[in-house]
Structures are given as C-alpha cells and as structure tokens.
Design a protein around this ligand. Structure first.
Ligand SMILES: Cc1cc2nc3c(=O)[nH]c(=O)nc-3n(C[C@H](O)[C@H](O)[C@H](O)COP(=O)(O)OP(=O)(O)OC[C@H]3O[C@@H](n4cnc5c(N)ncnc54)[C@H](O)[C@@H]3O)c2cc1C
Length: 474
C-alpha cells in the first residue's frame, strides 16, 4: 500500500525553534506549509517540563533583551503577557580558589572586585593600548590572551566560552564564535572602546528588542511554551510529529520528502515546492548525501559537543540558597562541573514556594565522558560544585530532595576557526546545486535560540520570495 502524497508549498524538516520560525513565517505569508518533526513534541532543545512542582528547562534557560527574532515570535503568537524579566540583581560569579567571586557589573566593581588579582586587572585595563588586530584564523584563546592577558582570559573568557558553547577556547575561532568582539577590535582597535561605542548606538527604532530593558528574560511556563505556541498557530494538518524524514528527492519540479514509517504506520510522503531543512547539521548531512555530497561532507564535519544538564532542588526554609544568575567554573579549579545556574533565584515559579532549584552543566568539548556518568554521579558532582562555590556547609547546608538529569548527545555546534565562512559557502553551494532547498539551524549563523529563530525566519522569507516573487524582482 502506498500513501498518496500531501502537497504543499513549503515542507520544513525539524520542529526546533529554527524550523518552527520558518514554518510560521511561510504560513503567515499565506503559503501552505507542512512541518515534519522526528520526535513526539516540537521544540527540539527548547523544552520545559514541570516535575514535582519544579519547572525544569531541558536546554536553554533564558534569552537577552537584544533577541530580536524571539521577540518577534513571542509577540506574533501572543505570548507577550507570559514574558518574565529576571529578578535583579542577576549577579554572575566566577569560581576561583574555592569561592564564587562576583563578576563586575559596573565600573566600581570592575575596579574593586576580587575576580582577578591586581596585576590581572591592570593588564585587563590596559587592553585599549594593545596594538594589532586578530586575523580570521585566531582562536578565542589567542585573541583573549593577546588583548586582556592570560589571567583574564582564564577567569573571564574561558569560563564564558564554557557557559555559551561548552567549548574549548583553543579550538573555537574568535571571529566565528564571538563575531561582535572580533568586530569591536577590528573597528576601534579595542574591545573596551568597541563595546562602549556599540552600547551608545544599540537601539534601532522599530526593533522590537529596543523596547525591552537590558537583562535576561524567560516565559512563565518555561521557554518550551514558545515552540508549542508556534506549532498551535499552524493549521492542524500542517504538523507531523513522530515523522523523522529519511529522504529528500527531486520529483519533477517538486521535492519529495519521505518520513520513516514509524509506529507501524505508513507515513504519508510530502511533495513541496520549497524545502527547509532545520535539523542539526549531521542529520542535514545524511539527507543531502545523495543530492549534494560535498555539502553533506562539510555539514558532517561540524563538531557537536555533548552536555548533561543536572537539575537539583529542595526546601529552603531559612532561606539560605544563593541568589543571582549563576557561577561559571574555569578548568583547573578542582571541579568537574562547567557552571551552575540558579533558576529559582532568576525567575518566579521555577520551584515550589520555599524551595530552591539549581541547574548544573557537565561535559562539553573538554570532558565529553562526563555525560556517560550514571545519574547519581552527575548529581553528586553538581551538589559538590554548588556547595563549594557558595560555601554551603554547616548551618548553610541546603537539603536536596529533587533531581532530574537531561543528556544531550548533540548539544551545541562548535564554531571552530573558519566555521562561518565554511557554512556560508555550503549554503551558497546548496542553492546552486539544489534550488528550492534551504538550510536553517543553530550551526549556521549563531548558536543562541535567537540566532536559530532569526535563521528560520530568513529561510521562511526566502521560500516566500521564491514562490511569490515581488514585482521588482520579477
Ligand atoms: C543545554 C543547552 C543549554 C542552552 N542554553 C541556551 C540559552 O540559555 N540561551 C540560548 O539562547 N540558547 C541556548 N542554547 C542553544 C539553543 O537551545 C539552540 O540554539 C536552539 O534551541 C537550536 O534550535 P534549532 O531549531 O536550530 O535546533 P534543535 O532545537 O536541535 O531542533 C532540531 C529539530 O530537528 C528534529 N529532527 C532531527 N532529525 C530529524 C529528521 N530526520 N526529521 C525530522 N525532524 C528531525 C529534532 O527532533 C529537533 O526537534 C542551549 C542549548 C543547550 C543544548
């Protein structure tokens, strides 16, 4: 028995934020859309769940005020009333010599804080006098060490790289992983001056991000609410869950998208005029292997690191739980954890009243084996990091009664030296060899949710433009 094909204008493969943004854009432009998602639920890394009164985030926890594409989606699907701004002060810490030290948040704390030695701070402050510009091939570590000195590179930049990429600063490209910093140096000869200038002309009129106060944000029921709302905004017959796509083939003027027959059901193939592949890079590589082997080889070479997220929680009657955003833990400080976020201190409703919830991150580029540790071992490592960093012993000991472990095998793509140029070339080559196929996802133009969403919206725009050429481009 063969199922008749479902015909549409745009097929989107992958229901993470990139694929959903693409599908939403095409749908709101009046196109007939079909979104195929491999798992039982949309959202990909953006998934939130309530367990025992705790709200746990499987992946991302928060986004910045500058996340233009997320604001567009949040406003577009009517979630603006669910937006939560982080509780202030959202202090950030770095762990050094068995103590969490507050990172500077203003000029006074930049000078007086104990996050660096006096010599380290003097070297940091002399950054604007360092001559020379980074080449496109400089690693993050080379760049940071040259501009701000080895101590600040070790205690400020390397843990930041861990926090964002779970990556190795020696492997990531300065221009690839942190293009804004690279550009600041390039344009003004200094990170500090570049940052100040960028801050001065940050707000663009008409940008939905400009209306939001600086800081971190989330949603009342977790970030997973956004993908759910985007999926609900699509027509019911446009969404296929448990439909892992195994092949994309040319069929005349159309593309045939074939999902794997799961649950003993024959999944209906989809015929589309445009296809947006919004899966992680390695899946995109498998789908493109027969169509564009060189593109597939390049996508297959993207390195993805593994990460375990360990949520721990418990009662806090005193209260004694630390407050703030979280602590980053540099390598070589005797702890295996990369960092600990403090969600119950950041946003209301993350833990039952009178309880705390913290989330530790382990694994990453330099310790992938950690992800394979049993749950108990991961929970012990998380508890130790929390206790050491915030001196939680004696009468400040926190009782832990809740735990949940999430493992991501392909958590975060690594923007190694040359990554962005390679991905731009790959996207261009695909357009030439397979017109009508477009890529989207966090491995292309930035690893944040906002970058992935922006890439999805652009892919949706491209599909709309291809199917409905404007009079000027006709
Ligand atoms: C632990 C962790 C913490 C993070 N924290 C933050 C944060 O605080 N802030 C932030 O901005 N970003 C954060 N990120 C990054 C952010 O989560 C990602 O940038 C974003 O969610 C990626 O979206 P995506 O749509 O590109 O990919 P994904 O979310 O990976 O979605 C891809 C989708 O494709 C589906 N798929 C795969 N194969 C197939 C197939 N063959 N057929 C159909 N569907 C398929 C998958 O099931 C998945 O749903 C974090 C990531 C992780 C892992």
């Amino acid at each position: 028995m063969t199922a008749t094909a479902y015909e549409c204008d745009v097929a989107v493969i992958g229901g993470g934020i990139a694929g959903l943004a693409a599908a939403w854009r095409a749908h709101t432009a009046g196109l007939r859309v079909c979104l195929l998602e491999a798992s039982r639920a949309v959202g990909g890394k953006m998934r939130s769940e309530r367990r025992d009164g705790y709200l746990i985030e499987f992946g991302p926890n928060s986004f910045m005020a500058s996340a233009t594409a997320l604001w567009e989606l949040i406003d577009g699907v009517g979630l603006a009333d669910q937006v939560l701004a982080a509780t202030k002060p959202a202090d950030r810490y770095v762990y050094r010599d068995r103590k969490a030290r507050k990172l500077p948040s203003d000029l006074a704390s930049l000078v007086t804080g104990d996050y660096l030695s006096v010599a380290g701070k003097l070297r940091l402050f002399s950054e604007f006098a360092v001559l020379g510009n980074a080449g496109a091939e400089d690693s993050v570590w080379d760049f940071a060490e040259r501009r701000i000195g080895v101590e600040a590179a070790r205690y400020l930049i390397a843990p930041f790289v861990s926090g964002v990429y779970a990556g190795d600063p020696q492997q990531l490209g300065a221009r690839d992983a942190f293009p804004q910093m690279w550009q600041w140096e390039h344009d003004s000869g200094s990170l500090m001056i570049g940052a100040l200038l960028a801050h001065a002309d940050a707000d663009q009129p008409g940008d939905p991000a400009a209306a939001r106060a600086a800081g971190m944000y989330s949603l009342r029921d977790g970030l997973g609410s956004l993908p759910k709302a985007l999926a609900s905004a699509l027509p019911a017959d446009a969404l296929r869950l448990q439909a892992p796509v195994t092949a994309v083939q040319r069929q005349g003027q159309l593309w045939r998208v074939q999902p794997h027959p799961t649950l003993a059901q024959l999944q209906q193939p989809v015929l589309a005029r445009q296809v947006i592949i919004a899966t992680p890079a390695h899946t995109a590589a498998e789908l493109l292997q027969p169509l564009a082997p060189n593109v597939a080889a390049q996508l297959g070479s993207v390195v993805q690191v593994r990460v375990a997220v360990v949520h721990i929680g418990g009662p806090d009657p005193a209260p004694a739980a630390p407050r703030g955003f979280g602590v980053l833990i540099p390598r070589g400080e005797g702890l295996r954890t990369l960092g600990v976020l403090l969600p119950s201190s950041m946003f209301p409703g993350r833990a039952p009243a009178g309880h705390w919830l913290h989330s530790a991150f382990l694994g990453g580029a330099n310790d992938p084996e950690a992800v394979d540790l049993p749950d108990d071992a991961l929970i012990s490592l998380a508890l130790r990091a929390q206790a050491d960093a915030f001196a939680l012993s004696g009468d400040r000991t926190l009782q832990q009664t809740f735990a949940a472990v999430v493992r991501w095998r392909e958590a975060i793509p690594q923007y190694r030296v040359g990554h962005r140029a390679q991905m731009a070339a790959v996207s261009g080559e695909l357009q030439v060899h397979c017109p009508g196929l477009t890529l989207a996802g966090s491995y292309l133009t930035g690893i944040s949710m906002a970058d992935a969403a922006a890439g999805g919206l652009r892919a949706g725009d491209r599909a709309v433009a291809a199917l409905r050429p404007s009079p000027e481009s006709a």
